[in-house]
Each structure stands twice: as C-alpha cells, then as structure tokens.
Design a protein around this ligand. Sequence first.
Ligand SMILES: O=C(O)c1cc(=O)[nH]c(=O)n1[C@@H]1O[C@H](COP(=O)(O)O)[C@@H](O)[C@H]1O
Length: 280
Amino acid sequence: MTERFGARLRVAMDALGPLCVGIDPHPSLLASWGLSDDVKGLESFGRTVGEALAGRVAAIKPQSAFFERFGSRGIAVLESVIRQLRSSGSLVILDVKRGDIGSTAAAYADAYLDPASPLCADAITVSPYLGFGSLRPIIDKAQQNGLGAFVLALTSNPEGAAVQRARAADGRTVAQTIIDEISQVNAGVRPLGDVGVVIGATVGETGHELTDLNGPILAPGLGAQGGRPEDLRAVFGSAVANVLPSWSREVLSAGPEVAALRAAAERARESCASAIVVTA
Ligand SMILES: O=C(O)c1cc(=O)[nH]c(=O)n1[C@@H]1O[C@H](COP(=O)(O)O)[C@@H](O)[C@H]1O
C-alpha cells in the first residue's frame, strides 16, 4: 500500500527540519536573478531552485500562478519542475488554492492528485469557500493515492479575517469549523493525518483550538510578509510541532547562486527549528 502523505511529511520534517520553500518566480525576482520575464527565465528559475534545494528541505511549494502567467508553456515548465522535485525526496506542495462544487472538485482531484496526471503533486492547497463538504472528492483522491491537501483556514493576508473569523450560527468562527472538520478526517491516523490546514505565521495568537487537528499546519507569511520564526510558538501553541513554516521571497531573493540559496534556506530552517524545539 502507498505510504500516506502525513507519514511521509512527518518523516521528511524529522529528517530535514521544519521548512517549506516556495517557488514564486515574481517578475521582480526574475529580474534580480538576471533572468528574462518569459518562459526561458521561468525554466531557469525553477531548475536553479531545484538544484539548490531538492532533497535538502522537507517540502517545496511551487506557486502555480507564476507558471500560469505564461499559459500552456508555463504549465509545461510547472510539470517539469514537479517531476524533477518529486524524484528528489522533497515533498511537493502545489499551491493552486482550488475549490469548487463537488463534481468539478473531482476533476481538480484528477488534475493534481492522480499519479497518471503530469501535474500530480504530493499535496495541493485548497479553498473551502464552497463548503468543506465540497472538498470531499479531493480529500478522497488524496487519501487513495497517499497524497494530501492543505485547506485554507486563517490566511496570512489581513483581508482574510473578515471572512475567516466571521461566526457561524453555533458561535464558532468559520476557520474553527474548517479546523474541526479536518480534525474529524484526521482522527486516529498515525503519526499525522493527510489533511492539513493553512494558517499564516502572521496572524498572531490564533485564538483557535488546534489540539485535535492531528494534521500538518502550513504556515506561510514568514519573511516578506513580516512573520517571524520567534513568533511561531506564540501563534501555534502546543500544535507548533506539526507546523511546516513556509518561506518564498525572503529565501528566493538570495539567488541565483546555488550556494547562496542553500545558505538562505539553512538560515530559515535553523531559525524555525530553534523556535519550535527550544520552546516546545
Ligand atoms: O497557501 C499558501 O501557501 C498561502 C496562504 C496564505 O495564507 N498566505 C500566503 O502567502 N500563501 C502563499 O505563500 C507564498 C508566500 O510568499 P512570500 O510572501 O514571498 O513568502 C505565496 O505563494 C502565497 O500565495
């Protein structure tokens, strides 16, 4: 049987440290790396990040939007980046933030979580805005194939709170209802469930109950958005051991030299690891 995503992520985080690095080829980063803002530049950017970090960090998170900018040729680059990374030992979390009515969500599952698809990743990010239940085909497909999904709960951007902290009829916040749904999906799975949650490292003390989540917590927003490793403990409390901190621009801006990218990732990993371990 295929090993489950949660178990694979736990092993990767234990072996390589708590770090996810995003591949976000912003036009400004392409320029600062001396690359053209076109498919060739995109290809070179992805290849360099792979060379620097593949197999050295627990997870790598390509941001689909920056590949979609270039249409089908950009998607072809994304396919090859995913292929290169998945054979390296780093888990690939494809950041696509998908979500739709169930029958369409099933097609997204075929696109990103079916080993037969060229865009198949180890996990994807998904949006629960059509209701958590609409994500069921995605969660089912992920679990069938030893893959995972990260569901947005408390995002790192300031605009998110108006929706995510709104209260449902029973008094829970919308985010808490999502966290509780995920807790049910992950109940009893050892060592870690396959469905994660996205909570920005920038949100401050969450005020949310994460004790029963039993799943990974993807925490973007470090560096460029102002989140700091030393805040992780205060934000996540006792759930901090399952946090996968994610950095994009701050680490990527150290490129294009491979050694400099590795050093920046190492600094990010060390600062997160010591924030998580020392106070845990
Ligand atoms: O799902 C995500 O990764 C995500 C969720 C969130 O709440 N905030 C957030 O910034 N992200 C993504 O994480 C990356 C953050 O990039 P930097 O701000 O450059 O580190 C981007 O690709 C965002 O789309």
